[in-house]
Structure formats: C-alpha cells, structure tokens
Design a protein around this ligand. Structure first.
Ligand SMILES: *Cc1c(COP(=O)(O)O)cnc(C)c1O
Length: 397
C-alpha cells in the first residue's frame, strides 16, 4: 500500500483519494477484508506478514482494511504510524498500560472524558501507578505536578463539561525538556480543527466512534504516533486484544471521507448555537471555545482552526428547566454520545449523577441545570429554530 502524504492537497481531496490502492484493481470503494487469517505463500512471506504493525497474518496483529484506516488518520494528524482499537477506551487503556508501570507516575487533567478519569483514579493505582490530576488551564500546575518518576502527561482539549482548553504547546515543551511522553485525546476537536502533533504531542488518540465514524453506527478508537512508540503500543495490544473489527474499520473509512465537510457544518452550527444561547434570557452561561467570552478564546484560536459542534450551557431554571428543554427538542436525541450527523443532547447531572461520587460531580463543574448539546450537521436555521422553540417559556431568573 502506498503512502498518501500529499501536503499540497486539501483535507477533503486527500480523504477522497486516500483509498486508491493499485492492488484493488477496478474497485473504487475500498474492499472489506472480513478475514481473521491470511495465508502465507512461503516461509519468507510468513516472516514478512507477521512482522509488527500492519501485518496481515492474523487480524489481532493487523488487517489490510484496518491498516488503510490507520494510514488515512495518520495522514490527517501528521503522524508516522498508528493503530485502530475496538473503542476509544480500548485505545486509552492499552496505551496507558504501555507507558506506565508500577512505581511510575502520570500527570492528567482535572477534567477528562470519564473513562480517562477512572483509569487515572482507580484502575492504574490498583497496579501501583500513581496519577495526579491538575487544573488544565494552568501550565504551572502541570509543571508543579511533575515528579522524577513521571512517565506520561495525559491531555485533552477541549474537554467536558466546561470546554476548558489546554495549552498543548507549552505543556509539551515542559514534557519534552524532561523526557516525558505526552498523550492527547483529540476526539472533540477532530484532526480538521486541531492537530496536536503540530504542537508537540507524541501520541494522539481518537474515539473514532464520534466524529471520525460520524454516523452513530460504529465503535472504534485510534492511536497515531511515531513508528517506534506505535510498536510498543502494538506489543501491549497483542495481549489486551482490544483491536478494531475490520467491518467497523471499513465503516469508519466510509465515514471519514466526509470528515472535513461534516466538521465544517458542525463548526457552523456550534458557533451559531453558542451565539443564540449567549443572548437568551433563560441561559445563565454558555461554555464554547469559539465565543469571545470564553476565558481561553485566544488560546483556542491559536491552536484550533474551528471550534466544533459541542457546547455546554447552564439554564437558570436548573434541572427542571433542563428536562423541559430536552423534552421539547425535535431534532436532537436524548443520549450520552456525540459526533454523529444528527444532534444529541444530555444533562450531565442526570447521566452521571448516580454513577459518580458527589465530589467528582462538583470537581467537574456539573451543575443541575447544565446541558451538553452536540450539534449535528442539520441545516443551521432549522437547528436554531428548534432550540429557540424549546427554550421558550423557561425561567429567566
Ligand atoms: C467517547 C469518548 C471516549 C471513549 O470512546 P469509546 O469509543 O466510547 O470507547 C474517549 N474520549 C472522548 C473525548 C470521548 O468522547
């Protein structure tokens, strides 16, 4: 398979041509290799196809359909190599286990996707790994948390629920000077809006379940890194086994062709909604990095080229108003996930209320009236009208 690294072409053009492979003959759509086993022609061929990464011998070690998706994502992120996992959590768990052993220390953020928070607070400490979580808006907080045994810094920007931004360049510089690896969950931004490797991040992760797949129909996770780091993650993946199913990789290949087109509409809808909500008397506060009122707007502009479809806002009427708002929406599904073509909405306090401790709910800034809205790619006018109608009559004090 040949590499696709034509920096001259736009994202969409690269995404549309990324599937060309002379071995496919006349097939315009990439083939699905729904096979676990791949036969070797002879002993030398067996050696070649069972080598680390991209190997086509047994699907837990590598699969041609999956390898093609890895290459498309690596091209967008500007990375050398990568891997696909069964889910975003499969990617996170396998990578953190690779780079932190008992006695090591990890620095993470105060706010993270809940699965990362639980890895850092519960799972890794049970194997003797220490983890500190710090205020991600403060570069000094990262610096203070670094210890002699710190092996990894885990980043995520923007992050739920307050849409805080982490200064990727500054934190990566701190890490690099001390030989510490950096990992960034880039799910919310997508490689269209933000490419963490350009700011110095070593390992970029996506829940491909979200924007990369983009259609609410597959579960997958990705890692992009140097070949050397990816080989270490691959080694761990052989025993964790959380690798992507070829069919899901094929669906994601289909989804990712329109990534730039979709993200442009997510960006437009996100920004338009944020402006509407900020002006609305039923809304106390809007959290969206694309708003000039966001306390880190300048930093967001410096490291992102668009601000995505995800935003949160606090309703003055609290949780009762939140439930009423969600019931009245016609275009958004009431569900915890995001990143697909259609909008989704949820109340973090309801979703996490009985699962998380009160301390974590407070630490994360989850108030009863907080709504998380993930704008899909609906027509902007239709979406705004639906939200405006659902806000009608909610308490304004
Ligand atoms: C959904 C999500 C994950 C986990 O991904 P799964 O594919 O659901 O395992 C990780 N990080 C972020 C930011 C997410 O939104």
């Amino acid at each position: 398979m040949h590499a696709h690294r034509n920096g001259q072409l736009s994202f969409t053009t690269r995404l549309l041509t990324a599937d060309d492979d002379p071995e496919d003959g006349l097939s315009v759509s990439p083939p699905l290799h729904q096979s676990v086993n791949f036969a070797a022609r002879d002993e030398a061929h067996l050696q070649a196809i069972s080598a680390p990464l991209g190997s086509e011998y047994y699907t837990r070690r590598g699969n041609p359909t999956t390898a093609r998706l890895v290459q498309v994502i690596a091209d967008l992120e500007g990375g050398e190599a990568g891997m696909m996992f069964a889910s975003g959590m499969g990617a996170i768990a396998t990578t953190l286990m690779t780079f932190a052993k008992g006695g090591d220390h990890i620095v993470g953020q105060r706010n993270h996707y809940i699965g990362i928070t639980e890895m850092l607070d519960k799972v890794l400490p049970s194997f003797g790994v220490e983890a500190s979580r710090v205020d991600q808006t403060s570069v000094e907080a990262f610096e203070r948390a670094i210890r002699p045994n710190t092996k990894l810094i885990v980043l995520e920007s923007p992050v739920n629920p307050m849409m805080h931004i982490t200064d990727l360049r500054a934190v990566c510089a701190l890490a690099k000077a001390r030989g510490i690896l950096t990992f960034c969950d880039n799910t919310f931004a997508t490689p269209i809006n933000q490419r963490p490797m350009e700011h110095g991040v070593d390992i970029v992760m996506h829940s491909a379940t979200k924007y990369i797949g983009g259609h609410h129909d597959l579960l997958a996770g990705s890692i992009t890194a140097s070949r050397a780091l990816t080989e270490r993650i691959w080694d761990t993946s052989l025993v964790t086994g959380a690798i992507a199913a070829p069919f899901n990789a094929w669906l994601a290949l289909r989804g990712i062709r329109t990534l730039e087109l979709r993200v442009r509409q997510h960006n437009e809808n996100g920004l338009a909604l944020a402006h509407l909500l900020e002006e609305h008397p039923a809304v106390r506060q809007v959290f969206y990095p694309g708003l000039p009122s966001h306390p880190q707007h300048a930093l967001a502009r410096a490291q992102m080229s668009g601000f995505g479809g995800l935003l949160t806002f606090d309703l003055k009427g609290g949780s009762t108003a939140g439930s009423a708002f969600i019931r009245k929406l016609r275009l958004a599904s009431f569900t915890g996930s995001l990143g697909g073509v259609s909008s989704t909405v949820m109340q973090p306090a309801v979703l996490f209320g009985d699962r998380l401790s009160k301390a974590i709910v407070e630490e994360q800034g989850i108030t009863p009236g907080l709504i998380r809205f993930a704008a899909g790619i609906e027509n902007t006018g239709d979406l705004l009208a639906d939200v405006e109608r659902a806000l009608d009559g909610l308490p304004t004090a």
